[in-house]
Write a protein that binds this ligand. Structure first.
Ligand SMILES: C[S@@+](CC[C@H](N)C(=O)[O-])C[C@H]1O[C@@H](n2cnc3c(N)ncnc32)[C@H](O)[C@@H]1O
Length: 250
């Protein structure tokens, strides 16, 4: 659950990672159709596309994130329909043509939850609906290129008031179970030296393509397009770190 400094610093740190480059893919995917973003957070990917005239609703488990979204939306004169709910309990009478789960959100669900999310999506989507999932494979952790069990500096950024925001990360990995347990320590140090700290933990799952195809088949979906490392119009890279799947109902 994203709370406290993890919620407040989310967009700042993500925008440093150039994952904003998901925006063109998402804009093309939504294609002006009735759309929903699962795990929309504070609206980092949702609000810019609403400003471009798209119709996108959101569902987000963290009320701190949806509060941030509302403040940002108000400041832009936008009024998106965003529900604060766990996607596993989410129901709606609305029928969507496009559902996105960008920015690795699906990997925060356990393996059973991932399947439940995909099966439930069948209930609130049209017969020719498409869904979009962006997932990552933690190659650096798998290959031992990052120090397992030790804190390492992950992100750092200056805030507008001159404070320094930092995130340290520590992980353990289970390669057999394809599971990555991460702990984060967020610190904001004010110019006068006063510190605020927040710790969080995330259990992430990762999936390879053959397994994803089996999961899609079992949940009523099939792969339409695979995009690797957010680069469209190139052949899929077999060493890719980021997988974006556009899927359709089978
Ligand atoms: C990595 S953030 C991405 C946020 C946003 N999509 C973006 O790209 O800025 C993952 C988001 O998914 C939300 N989330 C995690 N589990 C969820 C669940 N079970 N149901 C709904 N939202 C969830 C988190 O609270 C968080 O805001």
């Amino acid at each position: 659950m994203y709370t406290d400094l993890e919620a407040q610093l989310h967009d700042l740190f993500w925008n440093q990672e150039d994952v904003l480059s998901e925006l063109p893919l998402l804009e093309k995917f939504y294609d002006g159709k009735a759309s929903l973003e699962i795990g929309c957070g504070s609206g980092r990917l949702l609000l810019p596309l609403l400003e471009n005239g798209l119709e996108i609703d959101g569902v987000e488990i963290s009320s701190e994130m949806t509060d941030l979204l509302k403040v940002a939306a108000d400041s832009k004169g936008l009024n998106p329909s965003v529900v604060t709910a766990d996607i596993l309990d989410f129901t709606t009478s609305k029928i969507y043509d496009r559902v996105s789960v960008p920015a690795f959100t699906a990997q925060l669900l356990d393996r059973a939850g991932f399947r439940t999310m995909l099966s439930n999506m069948l209930d609130y989507t049209s017969s020719d609906a498409k869904a979009y999932l962006t997932l990552f494979i933690p190659w650096a952790e798998i290959a031992g290129e990052l120090p397992e069990g030790d804190w390492y500096p992950d992100h750092e950024a200056k805030l507008t008031d001159g404070s320094l925001a930092q995130c340290k990360t520590k992980f353990s990995i289970n390669r057999l179970q394809q599971a990555l347990a991460r702990k984060h320590q967020y610190t904001v140090t004010a110019k006068n030296g006063k510190k605020k700290t927040h710790r969080s933990a995330q259990d992430l799952q990762w999936y390879t393509l053959p397994e994803l195809n089996l999961i899609l088949e079992a949940t009523g979906w099939q792969l339409e397009t695979l995009i690797t490392d957010l680069e469209e119009d190139t052949q899929p890279d077999s060493d890719a770190h980021i997988l974006t799947l556009v899927i359709k109902k089978s």
